[in-house]
Unconditional design. Structure first.
Length: 562
């Protein structure tokens, strides 16, 4: 049984989970786009997917299951063929003496249950799962890239193949690389020629993983195909080339930015995959603590001022800004952005791409945007004095400005802007909040286990005074402390990690901080004052996630030492 919008309204609006106006706006958008309303509510950050699943399950008397937290038996998963699993919205997850545990989008579908029981010859024990959770679990059916690629490679050895058939296989190989990268949520695909072979690596959760080795002669064919897709000259091998193309996978058009540079053994290829799928996060999904989430929401509710997100390259700053834009994007406001690159389209938002060839810089694009009567302006990055000056002036004249900046922590954001020539009194009156962040890998929930803290970790804590202080705040007895790690399984590729989450430092510009800005106080003084008034540092937020079993101590130290 499909859950009607009327039933969802009863469960969520009447019970006070979602405001009526927000629900109706999401319902209208879902209707206009012919999308599932429950998914739209989650996408709009009005409710978390797991919370929605629990509410629906309770209302209908079903047993709710979060597949992301289940240790699924791959042999049992294969009991139900992939086509049946997709068609019926089901996946087998494990066996018990009473029968086979089966996750279902529609647990009350007796016909589907009887069909599965007939196929398995065992009783089905049904559980309710959300559609999004189930779709992620269906990845279990996918063969490894190595196996799929080897199969194609074997077919290419056939000497009777025509030239056209070989070309078609190369096309399929490139499509396969991109599809697997997308499905594994890889941000980049690296293709590197060596002296006697070639290697393919995916950057997943910020870490490069070797995924494939293939013959050297095949590399040139794949390289030529990528150049053709990117509309680059195939006979140029001595200079760096940049291009782009789109490919469609699972109904989504993803942008691919291509960089090719000559190296000693040929040409290196790096393909960055930019997709809306990789940015589908609400603000509450990013990892902000409840207290920090309140601070951010209050700051972006203000009609003018600046909200700045800081951190090194690859720390998730753009994802955070997009999550804020999702909340602010309503029909009653005009939002304009200037970005480099535009990472995915946001319906209803005017997005401008920086273009050095036409001399369209951040500063010039920002000047043009201001004349477009915007309410909210997003600047991809404040890189220079001119951009900083225009952004601050825009915030002073009634606009809400969102932007990113390179700084080590939240407090350093303010001296960085002062160094760019912004007057202290302007900065003190315009900046609402500065958010510093890093991304840490999450422990795989399918193979997570607890353990007593090791001697190496004790040494690490002893050598890091700030870390020691943060841990002792949370736990008085370090010697008996239990932490968590992933053992390694198929879900996480034996790494022990699956997915990433942010650790945050949210600096509100309050009456305690403004005088310090005007006096050009150092970042250390600003940090100490903010901590006295309740600000949690990056390291402290990371330690909290370590103790809650979300990430590991090694991960927090790795990213906070950057």
């Amino acid at each position: 049984m499909d859950i009607t919008s009327a039933k969802l309204r009863e469960l969520l609006v009447v019970s006070g989970y979602i405001a009526a106006a927000d629900f109706e706006a999401a319902a209208k958008e879902a209707d206009d786009k012919k999308r599932d309303l429950a998914s739209m509510l989650v996408d709009k950050d009005l409710i978390k997917d797991e919370q929605l699943g629990e509410i629906i399950a309770e209302a209908f008397g079903w047993t709710f299951l979060s597949l992301s937290k289940e240790r699924m038996d791959d042999e049992v998963v294969q009991l139900i063929p992939e086509l049946v699993a997709k068609a019926q919205g089901v996946v087998a997850i494990g066996r018990t003496p009473e029968g086979v545990r089966v996750a279902m989008i529609h647990p009350d579908d007796l016909e589907a249950r009887h069909l599965i029981e007939k196929r398995l010859g065992e009783k089905v024990i049904p559980y309710y799962v959300t559609r999004r959770d189930l779709e992620n679990a269906l990845d279990r059916y996918r063969p490894s890239l190595k196996d799929a690629f080897s199969e194609l490679l074997g077919k290419m050895q056939d000497t009777s193949l025509s030239h056209e058939q070989r070309d078609e296989m190369v096309v399929n190989m490139v499509d396969m690389l991109l599809r697997y990268a997308y499905q594994n949520k890889a941000s980049d695909v690296h293709l590197e020629p060596l002296s006697d072979e070639s290697i393919c690596r995916f950057r997943i959760d910020g870490i490069l993983h070797d995924v494939l080795r293939f013959p050297r002669e095949l590399f040139e064919l794949i390289l030529t195909r990528i150049k053709i897709l990117s509309r680059l000259p195939t006979d140029e091998h001595r200079s760096a080339q940049d291009g782009r193309f789109q490919f469609t996978v699972e109904g989504e058009a993803a942008d691919v930015r291509v960089s090719i540079v000559p190296v000693s053994h040929g040409e290196n290829v790096v393909m960055r995959i930019l997709s809306a799928n990789s940015r589908q996060f609400g603000l509450s999904d990013l990892g902000l603590s409840d207290a920090d989430l309140v601070k951010v929401r209050e700051a972006i509710k203000k009609p003018h001022g600046m909200a700045l997100v800081t951190g090194p390259t690859g720390s998730g700053k753009t994802t955070t800004v997009y999550a804020v834009l999702k909340i602010l994007n309503t029909r009653g406001v005009n939002i304009a952005t200037i970005e480099d690159p535009v990472e995915y389209d946001i319906q209803g938002v005017s997005q401008i791409q920086v273009n050095p060839k036409t001399n369209l810089t951040f500063a010039k694009g920002l000047r043009a945007i201001v004349r477009q009567d915007p309410d909210i302006i997003m600047v991809g990055e404040i890189r220079d004095e001119e951009t900083a000056s225009i952004a601050v002036n825009s915030a002073m004249t009634g606009h809400l400005v969102l932007s990113t900046l390179h700084a080590n922590d939240a407090a350093t954001t303010l001296p960085r802007l002062l160094d760019m020539g912004i007057e202290p009194f302007l900065l003190a009156s315009t900046v609402n909040v500065a958010i510093a962040q890093r991304l840490v890998r999450k422990i795989c929930e399918s193979c997570r286990t607890s353990y007593t803290i090791s001697s190496e970790e004790k040494k690490l804590i002893g050598s890091e005074p700030v870390l020691n202080e943060s841990l002792r705040k949370e736990s008085k007895n370090l010697s008996t402390m239990r932490l968590y790690r992933g053992l390694g399984c198929k879900v996480c590729g034996q790494t022990g990690y699956h997915g990433r989450i942010g650790i945050f430092e949210v600096l509100e510009i309050t009456e305690n901080i403004r005088p310090l800005i005007i006096d050009r106080a150092s970042s250390d003084v600003i940090m100490q004052t903010a901590r006295r008034h309740g600000m949690t540092t990056l390291l402290e937020d990371g330690v909290g996630k370590v103790l809650n079993g979300i990430t590991t101590l090694a991960e927090v130290v790795r990213v906070t030492r950057e």
